[in-house]
Design a protein around this ligand. Structure first.
Ligand code: HEC
Length: 166
């Protein structure tokens, strides 16, 4: 069970190293390019969606992920049962490594199918509501985090492969 979550987390950790290289490669001077030198990527959502998402997040998600999406600071550490705590969703942890399709699926299915404990919301929230919530979540991400997420999201055009349980 614990292993499956690790598999889920690993590509993200590798990705983190990748971000640093990417920054260096685009710099034209010795120092890495400052965020201010690159215009921010336009967000996929509107402020109306963010506001609707806030209300839905407070109602459905805040009890675990905290009202400001800051989650559990030591989100990498499992508890006595080997389960992970609710991670931050505010751009400081791992959620931004996932393309929109995976974020949507996580909210719909929850973490239980992957050995986690988050309940699925597929029966409670429709796809529009899930997107409002994700808009609110992403509104906490810095322009730099959003940029890296955006690039990954563009690349993730292939259909999602189920995790091999064999
Ligand atoms: C009962 C507690 C609980 C509730 C309620 C909950 N979550 Fe979670 N969430 C978790 C836990 C714990 C994890 C870590 C994976 C696991 O154990 O399932 C998680 C993981 C996630 C992830 C993956 C983050 C990552 O770093 O990959 C996302 C995205 C997420 N939750 C969004 C939501 C949203 C949106 C809602 C509300 C619709 C919600 N969660 C409600 C406990 C919860």
């Amino acid at each position: 069970m614990k292993k499956q979550i690790l598999i889920l987390l690993l590509p993200g950790l590798i990705g983190l190293a990748g971000c640093g290289n990417e920054q260096g490669a685009t710099a034209t001077i010795d120092k890495p390019a400052a965020p201010a030198q690159r215009p921010p990527i336009e967000r996929w959502y509107s402020q109306v969606q963010v506001a609707r998402g806030n209300a839905l997040f407070q109602e459905n998600c805040a009890s675990c992920h905290k009202p400001d999406a800051s989650g559990t600071p030591n989100w990498r550490e499992t508890n006595a049962e080997g389960k992970y705590p609710p991670p931050p969703l505010n751009g400081t942890a791992h959620a931004w490594h996932h393309p929109l399709s995976i974020l949507r699926r996580t909210v719909r299915m929850g973490g239980v199918p992957l050995g986690g404990t988050m309940p699925g919301f597929g029966n409670k929230l429709n796809s529009g509501q899930v997107d409002y919530i994700l808009a609110w979540v992403q509104s906490h991400w810095s322009d730099e985090i959003y940029r890296v997420w955006h690039e990954r999201n563009e690349q993730a055009s292939k259909p999602i492969q189920p995790i091999n349980k064999g």
